[in-house]
Structure formats: C-alpha cells, structure tokens
Write a protein that binds this ligand. Structure first.
Ligand code: HEC
Length: 122
C-alpha cells in the first residue's frame, strides 16, 4: 500500500513540471503556438528578440499600453484595428498576468526622483 502511494506521489511529482511545457511553442522564437501567433511573431520580433515579449505578462490593457508606448517612443508602426485586435487577443490569452511574474509598476508617487529629469536643460 505504502509503495503504491509513494509511486503515485512520485509519478505526480515528476509529471508536474511537464504541465507548463504542454503548450506547443515555435522552436525558433519561443512563441506559444495559438491563433495568430505568426502575425505576432512577424510584427513583434523586428526590433527586439521574441523574449522581450514572451518574458512579459499582462492584461489586454497593459499589452495595449506597451504597444502605445513603443508607438509613441520607439518607432513602432500603427496597426489597423483588426490587426491590433488579433495581436492583443493573442497576447492577453497566452501571456496573461501571473502571480509569479513581475510585480505591477510602483505608483508614480512611490518612485524615486529621476535626477536626469531634474537636471535636464530646456
Ligand atoms: C519599431 C521597433 C519595435 C517593434 C516592431 C516592437 N517593439 Fe517592443 N520594444 C521596442 C524597444 C526599442 C523596446 C525597449 C527595449 C529595451 O528596453 O531594451 C521595446 C520593449 C518591449 C517590451 C518590454 C517593455 C518593458 O516594460 O520592459 C515589450 C513587452 C515589448 N517591447 C513588446 C512588443 C510587442 C508585443 C510587439 C509587437 C506588437 C513589439 N514589442 C514590437 C521596439 C519595438
């Protein structure tokens, strides 16, 4: 009885790490293969590695904010609404917020003062 119990536990234990890798991933980029993944790969690996994307987690809103930030400051192009919707749907579904990931950003009032911003000349 005890051996069976131990064997069952051991099997469960050994199977656990495999649960996370059950999702099929593109061997080249690491993107999870799901609807519109190739579209995301095509647009989101032009300037940086796919890891910059796959290491990140977020809600649809926070993914949208990341995209807007890149559009406003990093030269990312505008998407037509249908394309943007597909990209956001893919990202929010496959890279949603998770407890074990990056904490949410500090509130502006809690962040240290940026010395360069103060010293910057007009
Ligand atoms: C035109 C160039 C360009 C394209 C295309 C681009 N990015 Fe970026 N992205 C950047 C730059 C530049 C950074 C900042 C890199 C750094 O800090 O090292 C960045 C950073 C990021 C970050 C990290 C932000 C953070 O807070 O650390 C994420 C996530 C990201 N990009 C996602 C995407 C996604 C998703 C797409 C496709 C929709 C995309 N990027 C396409 C230029 C681009």
């Amino acid at each position: 009885m005890r051996t069976i119990f131990t064997a069952t536990l051991l099997t469960l234990f050994l199977a656990l790490p495999n649960l996370s890798s059950a999702l099929e991933k593109d061997p080249q980029s690491g993107f999870i293969i799901d609807k519109d993944w190739a579209l995301v790969k095509a647009h989101c690996t032009v300037c940086h590695s796919a890891k910059q994307v796959t290491a990140q987690r977020g809600t649809r809103q926070s993914w949208l904010e990341a995209i807007r930030w890149m559009q406003e400051t990093q030269g990312l192009w505008r998407f037509d609404p249908a394309t943007e919707d597909k990209i956001l749907t893919y990202l929010a579904k496959n890279y949603p917020p998770s407890a074990s990931h990056r904490r949410i950003p500090l509130a502006p009032s809690l962040r240290p003062v940026n010395p360069y911003a103060v010293a910057k000349k007009p």
